[in-house]
Every structure is written in structure tokens, then in C-alpha cells.
Design a protein around this ligand. Structure first.
Ligand code: UDP
Length: 481
């Protein structure tokens, strides 16, 4: 029924063929697939998604499961060898940007070979290099930033900051001014802005220069979540000289599970079924997040002190500080026995009745939507953040890398649905006592109940955004027109 309404909204009978391009990494692929699903089901469009896969087993599972829906065509582009172009220890942003540059010839010939020519082109935030390719077909080109309006504002304003700020951003005296938006605290700058001589900074700057050249920008947020920032971005006096590309907030677009829970995992759901309502804290650091051994130990001891129930997705820790170490390999390292050896003595005995340890990868959305789950200790990746909001679950914000510190501030200071530690977990070890206090604030105290009530309101507002005549529904219909 929804599809018919959407099509008649479009007042068009012309067949559209939307071509999407996704960069490697689950955090990028998932929102592209979900947007594709909406396009295929809400409009009469044919949708083809080009995916540059990473080496992660988790990503392969997601692709297989999506293919089984038979909604859209997925074409995998073999990842190019970039070993001669970047250092083995180059930042994730650099590696993805180089991969997406190198993929251009393969992508270009694959699109040219399509039997039905594309009529609309949507690339994700790292696909901007391939955007001009749409000009050959004389079709509109859009960029999908699977993040929030605050992140878009920073990205678009970076070329100006690059001119104005002379030294390192983190050495500035005051927070960074961004027109019409909350000033960006220096400790919240995104990873690529931490060091201006690193290649990832230049890649990010390039993104800020190229994105305004699109015919429109899609965001994974919705009008009612960030009204002030979206209004500022559309204020021509403030932003007209920087970007005139119309903005289409088409969120919340989050994973809708479509695979059966396998027997191995169902043990976890049997356990969850037995727990009191909203009593379990789910702990996960996304597809890339890794803790140090010491931090893992403190987290375990903090949980024990809090005496709260939990499900923890545990990954092999790192010795040095690399927070995003599993970005390209998540899901490849499931080994329960080895992981147990990183936890403090006695922890597993204590946790027998209190919680579950899952190695490396968990069915996150299925967990978050279970009624026993009442909190999420998260690295604040934007997908995880939206998955938490759309299931009415408040958070403990534990930002590690990328733009997660900005996301954490949005959750704690603007939306008021999360607590966070006094110091940044990406800088210092968060101790067991502070962890205990945060867990209790969220899971036991009145403060947590208030946040839970607030996040449930946001959940409803996200649902409304996709109703007929909801803001995101209308934005997508408008774009398709
Ligand atoms: N995810 C999952 N199970 C895990 C860890 C992550 O299903 O054990 C999914 C999660 O639901 C989300 C995505 O992986 O959709 C992670 O994206 P996010 O933007 O939160 O963080 P990133 O991985 O990009 O840092």
C-alpha cells in the first residue's frame, strides 16, 4: 500500500534505474543497502548496487542475506590492490579513499555494461570521486552521507576552516565555529582532523570540496531529530557560498533483520527471554572498535561492581592504542576460548548467571529489539546510534574513532539520551569505578529512566518520519521526482 502511495506521489510513470555505489566497511554498506531497499519498495525503481567489499566475514553475511531478498541487484567490484599506494598502517579513511579512487575504471566499465542505463546516481560519502561519471549519462548525481547533519556541516565547512586555521585544529584556543551550528569542541574533531599532515586529512578535505558539487545530499537523519542544524544548513545567507546542494534527510534508515536467528545464537535469545524487562546492558564497539587489554579488564571489573546483567561482544584486544583495528576484518576472529583468557580471573564464574560473552560478532539489531535490553554501551558509530534510538534504548557513549566523539556529544548534550565518561576512552583508560557508576546511572537510577522515556519519544518520531507524509518519506519522494 505504501509503495502505491509513494508512486502516485511521484506523478510519473517513467521507469527509473537507480545506481548506488558503496565503499568498503559495514558501517557504509549497511545504510546503502537499507536505502536501496526503501527505493526498491517505495518507488517503482529498478535498483543496482555496486559494492566494493572488504575482507570481513560479517560483511559477506550481510551481502548474502540481502541478495536472498531478490529486491535489488548487487554487483561486487573486486577490491583493487593498494599495497603499493599506501602504508600498511595507513588510517582507515586513507585506505578507503584510495580504494575508491582505484576502483573508478572498473566501476565505470561495469556501469557502461548495464543493459538498462542508469537514470539516477547515488554514491556514498567515499564515492565522490566517481560522481562525475553521472555527467556522461546526463543524469542527476547524489551523495549519501550515512551520518547526521552536524557531521555534514563540519565536512562542508572544512575547506573554510582549512583556510582560516593555521596550525593544528586541536591546538586552537576555542571551539571551532561552524555557521548556525553548535561550536565543535576541539576534543570532538573527527579523526582525520587530528593531524593535518596525515594523508587522511587531505582525503577528508577533498570530500568537503567535492560533495557540494552533487545535485543533492542525502543524510541518515530526520527533520525532527536535528531541526536546528538542518535549518541552518538550508539558510542561504549562512551556507549559500559554501554549498547550494539541496539536503534530503532520509533517516532513520537502519538494518531490518531478514535472516533467521541460527541455532548457535538462539541460546542467547533463550537467555534473554528469561531476563526481566529492560534489565540487560548490551555492549559492542561496532565493526571496527577494539579495546586495549587493560581497558577490557577495567570494563569487566566495572560490570562486576555494577551487578547488572549484560551481553558483551568481545574482540581480541590490542596492546597499543589502535581503536579501529578490526574495521576490515570483523567477524573473522570468533574464538571463545582465547577471548576468555583476556578477562580477569573470576569474571566468567561471576558472569555465569549475570551475562553472556559473545566473541567478535553479534546479531545487534535482534538484540537491541529484545524487550529485556535496557541499555547500550556503544562506540557511537552512527548506525549503532540509530539502531539504539529506533529501538528505544538509551546509551553509555564510549566513542573511539572516526566521528564518534561528535556523535557522543550529540547524544549526551543535545538529545540527552546517553551518559558518558569524564575522560575520552580513546585517550585514557576509563576505570572500573567510573564504569560502575555509568552503568548504574543508566540501568538503575532515575536519570536512566528519564533517558529511556526520552529515547522512546525519539523512536516514535523516527517511525513517524517514514509514515505517509512523514518528513523522510516526503524527502525521498521529492528526490525521486
Ligand atoms: N554490528 C553487528 N554486530 C556486531 C557489531 C556491529 O551487527 O557485533 C553492526 C551494527 O548493527 C551496525 C554496524 O555493524 O549496523 C556498525 O556500524 P556503526 O556505524 O555503528 O559503526 P562502525 O562499524 O562503522 O564503526
Amino acid at each position: 500500500m505504501l509503495a502505491l502511495v509513494f508512486v502516485s506521489d511521484m506523478e510519473s510513470e517513467m521507469e527509473t534505474h537507480v545506481v548506488l555505489l558503496s565503499s568498503p566497511g559495514l558501517g557504509h554498506l549497511t545504510p546503502v543497502l537499507e536505502l536501496a531497499k526503501r527505493l526498491a519498495t517505495l518507488s517503482n525503481s529498478k535498483v543496482t548496487i555496486f559494492v566494493v567489499p572488504s575482507l570481513s566475514a560479517a560483511e559477506s553475511l550481510v551481502i548474502q542475506s540481502f541478495m536472498s531478498l531478490n529486491l535489488c541487484r548487487i554487483i561486487l567490484l573486486p577490491p583493487p590492490d593498494i599495497s603499493h599506494l599506501v602504508h600498511a598502517d595507513a588510517a582507515v579513511v586513507t585506505r578507503i579513499a584510495v580504494i575508491m579512487r582505484e576502483i573508478k575504471p572498473a566501476f565505470s566499465s561495469a556501469v557502461s555494461a548495464l543493459s538498462v542505463p542508469p537514470t539516477l546516481f547515488i554514491v556514498d560519502l567515499f564515492g565522490y570521486e566517481s560522481m562525475d561519471f553521472a555527467d556522461q549519462f546526463k543524469i542527476p548525481k547524489f551523495v549519501y552521507i550515512p551520518s547526521h547533519a552536524g557531521f555534514l556541516a563540519l565536512t562542508l565547512y572544512l575547506p573554510v576552516l582549512d583556510e582560516v586555521v593555521k596550525g593544528e585544529y586541536v591546538d586552537e584556543k576555542d571551539a571551532l565555529f561552524i555557521p548556525g551550528c553548535r561550536p565543535l569542541q576541539l576534543e570532538d574533531v573527527v579523526d582525520p582532523m587530528l593531524c593535518r599532515s596525515d594523508q587522511q586529512y587531505l582525503e577528508y578535505l577533498n570530500m568537503g570540496i567535492k560533495i557540494p558539487m552533487a545535485d543533492g545530499i542525502l543524510l541518515n537523519t530526520w527533520e525532527e531529530l536535528e531541526p536546528a542544524t538542518l535549518a541552518a544548513l538550508r539558510n542561504d545567507k549562512l551556507w549559500g557560498g559554501i554549498s547550494k546542494a539541496p539536503i534530503y534527510p532520509v533517516g532513520p534508515t537502519v538494518t531490518t533483520p531478514n535472516r533467521p536467528i541460527d541455532s548457535n545464537k538462539s541460546e542467547m535469545f533463550l537467555w534473554l527471554d528469561k531476563q526481566p524487562s529492560e534489565s540487560v546492558l548490551y555492549i559492542s564497539f561496532g565493526s571496527g572498535g577494539i579495546l586495549t587489554k587493560e581497558q577490557m579488564r577495567e570494563l569487566a571489573l566495572g560490570l562486576q561492581l555494577s551487578q547488572q546483567r549484560f551481553i558483551w561482544v568481545v574482540r581480541t584486544p590490542v596492546v597499543a592504542k589502535s581503536c579501529d583495528g578490526s574495521f576490515f576484518t570483523v567477524g573473522n576472529d570468533c574464538n571463545d576460548e582465547r577471548l576468555a583468557s583476556y578477562l580477569p580471573e573470576g569474571f566468567l564464574d561471576w558472569s555465569n548467571n549475570m551475562g553472556l560473552i559473545i566473541s567478535d560478532w553479534a546479531p545487534q539489531v535482534e538484540i537491541l529489539r529484545h524487550q529485556s535490553v535496557g541499555g547500550f554501551l556503544s562506540h557511537c558509530g552512527w548506525n549503532s546510534t540509530l539502531e539504539s534510538i529506533t529501538h528505544g534504548v538509551p546509551l553509555i557513549a564510549w566513542p573511539l574513532y572516526a566521528e564518534q566523539r561528535m556523535n557522543a556529544t550529540l547524544l549526551v548534550e543535545e538529545l540527552k539520551i546517553a551518559v558518558r565518561s569524564k575522560t575520552l576512552p580513546s585517550k585514557e583508560i576509563v576505570g572500573r569505578e567510573e564504569i560502575k557508576l555509568m552503568v548504574k546511572r543508566l540501568m538503575v537510577d532515575e536519570e536512566g529512566h528519564t533517558m529511556r522515556a526520552r529515547v522512546k519519544q525519539l523512536k516514535l518520531s523516527g517511525e513517524k518520519a517514514w509514515n505517509h507524509n512523514g518528513s523522510s518519506f516526503k524527502a525521498l519522494a521529492q528526490l525521486m521526482r
